[in-house]
Structures are given as structure tokens and as C-alpha cells.
Design a protein. Structure first.
Length: 355
């Protein structure tokens, strides 16, 4: 830039089609009431993860859970919770037919047993689910995948990469027309796999994996609130995720994986995995895209690519994001407990303006 060229003023606000969150944990009961309105305020839809305890494994359970979510989001009458079922070794093939007929189930979620929070009932051997996957392929119901192997000998930072090699390649080969969302991807290898695979394969990317790497969890003292699964990786992977998110490639879309836990359950000798980001989901993404000089690519990632993959219409209204710094509260109410939000007590640069 020559000495005389004026420095362009930073963009002060953007308007985008209302986003959707394609991967969200909202818990249940009073915790649900505390967290789900944050998402409903800014998103048109959210894919609700089924890892309650016990998990949501039947359409009937999902129906009841959806009712509780709708009750908790009444003021936001446009908000649609898209329900999922938790795939187990024994999910009956007939359940897939009822899931489709119900019109409320958008996908099934595969948790390898023991991979993450409330995954004890997860799949122990993918082959056991093959008849169910066959039916899902036939009916066009997507499989959402927590892509990490769980074997004790596999290093936690390599679990996603190993999952691609040991599981995903064979699933995609055996079910070439099964729609699969590789959820919350965290590695360059996952970006490459999704980019190179068929149009049936897509991926969600969280805001926290775009904004942070493992140094943010481990340097200067261990930060339990930055511990999630899949765990934050090194910066080269963070850079690959940013590149994918801003690329304009239709296979990548927003999924916060906002996963609130009580302060006590995070700040303990064996803290559980998950970050709470839903209270400022689109603002965190806006910050990541802004940093990458790609605010113009945010709408495609947050509001267009997801519905396209799921075969749904895009939301019909818009939201406005303003460049305005505000301080994130130190904690939020979470049922009878408190939850520490992502970046508690620090500033964030963007704000959704209510109309
Ligand atoms: C999630 C949770 O707490 O339910 N935790 C997380 O770290 N992301 C489970 C999950 O999505 O893996
Ligand atoms: Zn999740």
C-alpha cells in the first residue's frame, strides 16, 4: 500500500440470512430452560444432539424432548429444533422408518462407545449397525458422526485422523450414497477427507476450533473450560479449519457443538468435555471470519450450506451483526448451577442487534 492510500475503515455491521446451528447440546429440564433460548434468539433451527442420560434412542422419546424444547423457546416462535436419534448397536431398522414418518427426526448420531460425554451406550462395532445404515441410505436420512476412535492405545490428538483411516473410509465405501456429516472436525486430515470425498459427505466446524488451538488450553496453566472433544489441536490444524470455513466450499457449515456443563463438573480433578458458546454463537464465528478477512463468506457458512446439504429451505429472515465490543459475563445460570461461558469476563467484538 502506498503511503498516501487511506486505510479502509473496518466494516461496522453486516446483515446475513438467519443462521442455523447444525450441532447443539441443550441438555434437559432446568438446564435446558437456561441455555436453549440463547440459540433460539439467533438461529432459525438447531440440530439437537441426543446424548442425554439416558440417550434419546426412539422417535417417541425425541418427540417428548422436542416438546420440552419448544416450550422453553416459546417467545421465539420461528425456532425449529431438528431432532436426532442416538444410534446404538441395537437400533431396530423399523425405528428408521418411524423416524422418517414422524417428520421431526433429521438424522441419527453415531457416537463410538466411550468417545465423549454420555456415550457409554454408543456403538461398539459399526458392523452391528449396517442394516440400520442400509435403511438410512435408502431413505436419505443422514448419519452424523462423532469421528474419534476410542482405543486406549491411540493418542488423543490422533483419534480423529485414525477414525478416518479405520472407520470412515470403510463406511463411505460400503454406503456410497449415505449422507454423512463428519461433526466438529478438528484436523487438516478431516478437512482433506471431506474436500476429496463425494457430495454425500459434509462437515461441521465449531467456532472454538476456529478461534483456538491447544496452546489456549495448556499454556500458562491448564484451562478446564477450554477442554472439549475432539480436543483442540495444534495451530496448523486450526489454520486448515479456518481455510475450509472461509473457502466457500458448500461441504462446510456451522455447528457450534455448544456443550454446557456445570462449573463444578468442569473445575474438578476429572473435568468433563465441552464448551458453552451458544450465548454468542454467531458473534464468535463473525470474529473468526473477520480475523481471516472473510466476513463476506460468513453467510454462506452459517446460513446457506447447512440447509443445502440437509435439503431444507434457507431461513426467510435476516439478522444484523454490529461491530461492538461487549464483555462476556463471568457465568450464566444453569438450572440450579452456574455455567462458565467461553471467554468468560473477556471482550468479544461483535453483537447481534435485535430488530
Ligand atoms: C459434548 C457434550 O458435553 O455433550 N462434549 C464435547 O466436548 N463436545 C459431547 C460431544 O459432542 O462430543
Ligand atoms: Zn457435540
Amino acid at each position: 500500500m502506498s503511503q498516501n492510500s487511506p486505510i479502509p475503515a473496518p466494516i461496522s455491521s453486516i446483515e446475513i440470512i438467519r443462521p442455523d446451528d447444525w450441532h447443539l447440546h441443550v441438555r434437559d429440564d432446568d438446564a435446558l430452560k437456561a441455555v436453549v433460548p440463547f440459540t433460539a434468539r439467533q438461529c432459525g433451527r438447531a440440530v439437537i444432539m441426543p446424548n442425554l442420560s439416558p440417550p434419546i434412542t426412539t422417535t417417541a422419546q425425541a418427540h417428548q424432548y422436542q416438546k420440552r424444547i419448544l416450550k422453553a423457546t416459546e417467545p421465539y416462535n420461528y425456532f425449529q429444533p431438528l431432532m436426532t436419534l442416538y444410534l446404538t448397536d441395537t437400533t431396530p431398522v423399523e425405528e428408521i422408518q418411524s423416524a422418517l414418518q414422524s417428520g421431526i427426526i433429521c438424522a441419527l448420531k453415531l457416537y463410538p462407545a466411550g468417545a465423549t460425554t454420555n456415550s457409554a451406550a454408543g456403538v461398539t462395532d459399526i458392523k452391528k449397525t449396517y442394516p440400520t445404515l442400509e435403511k438410512m441410505q435408502q431413505l436419505g436420512i443422514p448419519l452424523l458422526v462423532h469421528g474419534e476412535v476410542t482405543h486406549h492405545d491411540v493418542d488423543i490428538f490422533d483419534r480423529e485422523k485414525q477414525f478416518i483411516e479405520q472407520r470412515l473410509l470403510s463406511i463411505t465405501k460400503d454406503f456410497p450414497e449415505l449422507k454423512i456429516v463428519f461433526e466438529h472436525i478438528t484436523t487438516r486430515e478431516a478437512v482433506d477427507f471431506v474436500t476429496q470425498s463425494s457430495p454425500y459427505i459434509a462437515a461441521t466446524i465449531t467456532a472454538h476450533h476456529l478461534l483456538m488451538n491447544r496452546n489456549d488450553m495448556l499454556v500458562g496453566g491448564i484451562k478446564p473450560h477450554h477442554y472439549c472433544l475432539p480436543v483442540l489441536k495444534r495451530k496448523t490444524h486450526q489454520d486448515a479449519l479456518i481455510k475450509a470455513a472461509i473457502s466457500g466450499n458448500k461441504k462446510f457449515f456451522m455447528g457450534t457443538d455448544s456443550a454446557p456443563h456445570s462449573q463444578q463438573n468442569k473445575e474438578t480433578a476429572c473435568g468433563c468435555a465441552g464448551m458453552f458458546s451458544a450465548f454468542a454463537a454467531i458473534e464468535f464465528y463473525a470474529e473468526a471470519f473477520d480475523k481471516a478477512g472473510a466476513l463476506d463468506k460468513l453467510e454462506q457458512f452459517s446460513s446457506l450450506n447447512g440447509p443445502l446439504f440437509y435439503g431444507l429451505a434457507t431461513n426467510s429472515d435476516k439478522i444484523t451483526l454490529k461491530r461492538e465490543s461487549w464483555i462476556i459475563p463471568e457465568s450464566y445460570q444453569f438450572g440450579s448451577d452456574r455455567v462458565i461461558p467461553l471467554r468468560a469476563g473477556k471482550t468479544i467484538q461483535w453483537k447481534v442487534i435485535s430488530k
